[in-house]
Design a protein around this ligand. Structure first.
Ligand SMILES: Cc1cc2nc3c(=O)[nH]c(=O)nc-3n(C[C@H](O)[C@H](O)[C@H](O)COP(=O)(O)OP(=O)(O)OC[C@H]3O[C@@H](n4cnc5c(N)ncnc54)[C@H](O)[C@@H]3O)c2cc1C
Length: 413
């Protein structure tokens, strides 16, 4: 009897989970990713602020799947999918499938503003985080010998755009890098000249969180000397000057964009109906309409909860969808129907630097030190690879005790 061939595109949180959950199924799996590693994106900002090195949050896929006999990994970028003929196309090759799981994730959304895309820094992959780190460190080197106070202030103005969890985490960590570490490396640095601004178009930070946590976040960031500008629309940036929606301008040489996510490029060529951020509109079982053998999961899929709210683009959603799709595939192999996906919300959490985080778990809101300890523990546990967990823990403990960020290296791009 022919063993069904399952092709999984993307080895992020969703694709990786689905592949592992199918380890004992009677299927042959081909896992395709354009990178040869799984990346723990929630800690990308730690690379940007010189806290961790990439190998501590990225893990080689061939090592992860070394013992999984029913899986072959292929590095490559899928360019197109033929749902009728059931194959995926890569550069110079095609791979046929019986079942397909599309788990290609998202990309930064610049809302069509090309000048912004060209001039800002983003945190989406390892390279973009290293570029951000290099730029931040170079800026301090340059500011150290800039005699013109106006130019120096523009160099020392760091703007984070987007008051969601990633923006809040980045702004908090950046403020601490400057006030705890850079002041020691650059003794002539006048902290009074340094500004970290967090710009948010809406009237709150971390909008999906309960009000008490939004307020706690505001207070914790303000204590770290982050200037928070709410109801502030970012209109343009030419690399030197930010123009706000009301015409005000801010001179800044560093803008980190965390203001939006949209579905990965592949989604735009598939001919599947798309939601506002480009995600595929899938059936409640995550199947592609008219193609029950194909599924879309994670950031690339659009599904609403029982109250009609879109599921957030979060790792927890992608992981649960990876589990759901694997169990539906096993069901389909025995002739049963696929079942609808229901998201079980494990809570929300974001860190705001040393000793400070905000969390909503089991319906209870936490903030401050206890929340931060839980955040550290959960992130350590969720990292792939024993060695990575130990290294990250040691790194963080060292930084915590000695007020250091150890990876302050400017590398060639
Ligand atoms: C900076 C940052 C911070 C975040 N913080 C948090 C957080 O604190 N908590 C949380 O829950 N979530 C967080 N998220 C969101 C979380 O990372 C995503 O929701 C999650 O990664 C989505 O999982 P996924 O499997 O859908 O896609 P991804 O994890 O993005 O994986 C997609 C994979 O597909 C591959 N791929 C894409 N296109 C192709 C193609 N055409 N061919 C081959 N391979 C392809 C990519 O290389 C990638 O490996 C954060 C995201 C970012 C960027």
């Amino acid at each position: 009897m022919k063993i069904p061939h399952v092709v999984i595109i993307g080895a992020g949180f969703g694709g990786l989970t689905a592949a592992k959950q199918l380890a004992k199924a009677q299927v042959q799996i081909t896992l395709i990713d354009r990178q040869n590693y799984h990346l723990f994106q929630p800690l990308l900002y730690q690379i940007a602020i010189a806290g961790l090195v990439p190998s501590q949050i990225a893990y080689p896929l061939r090592t992860i799947f070394r013992k999984q006999k029913n899986l072959t990994f292929q590095m490559g970028e899928v360019l197109a999918i033929d749902f009728e003929a059931r194959y995926v196309r890569l550069y110079g090759s095609v791979i046929a499938y019986d079942y397909l799981i599309i788990a290609v994730g998202g990309q930064t959304n610049f809302f069509g503003l090309d000048t912004i895309e060209q001039n800002v820094f983003q945190l989406k992959d390892v390279q973009s985080a290293i570029n951000t780190r290099n730029h931040l460190l170079k800026t301090f080197e340059r500011a150290g010998h800039e005699a013109d106070p106006e130019k120096r202030r523009a160099m020392l103005t760091f703007v984070v755009v987007g008051g969601g969890p990633t923006g809040v985490e980045t702004a908090g960590a950046l403020a601490e890098l400057i006030s705890h570490v850079m002041v020691k490396d650059y003794p002539d640095l006048d902290l009074g000249e340094v500004r970290v601004l967090l710009l948010e178009a809406g009237s709150h930070l971390i909008t999906p969180y309960p009000d008490e946590l939004r307020k706690a976040t505001y207070a914790l960031l303000s204590r770290k000397r982050v200037e928070i500008l709410l109801n502030t629309k970012f209109a343009n940036y030419n690399g030197e000057l930010i123009t706000l929606g009301d015409g005000r301008q801010i001179a800044a040489q560093t803008v980190i964009w965390t203001a939006g996510v949209k579905a990965a490029g592949l989604l735009y060529s598939l001919g599947i109906a798309q939601a506002g951020a480009g995600q595929a509109r899938v059936e409640p079982s995550l199947q592609v309409p008219q193609h029950p053998e194909a599924f879309v999961i994670g950031d690339a899929a659009y599904l609403t909860d029982k109250n009609g709210r879109p599921l957030p683009m979060l790792s927890t959603v992608a992981i649960q969808q990876g589990e759901s799709v694997a169990s539906n595939l096993r069901r389909m192999l025995t002739g049963e129907q696929a079942q609808a996906f229901h998201y079980k919300d494990p809570g929300l959490l974001a860190t705001i630097g040393r000793n400070a985080a905000v969390e909503r778990i089991w319906g209870i809101s936490f903030s401050g030190f206890i929340a931060w300890v839980i955040w550290v523990g959960l992130h350590i546990v969720r990292l792939i690879g024993f060695r990575n967990r130990i290294l990250v823990l040691v790194n963080w403990a060292w930084d915590y005790i000695f007020y250091e960020n150890q990876v302050r290296l400017i590398t060639r791009e």
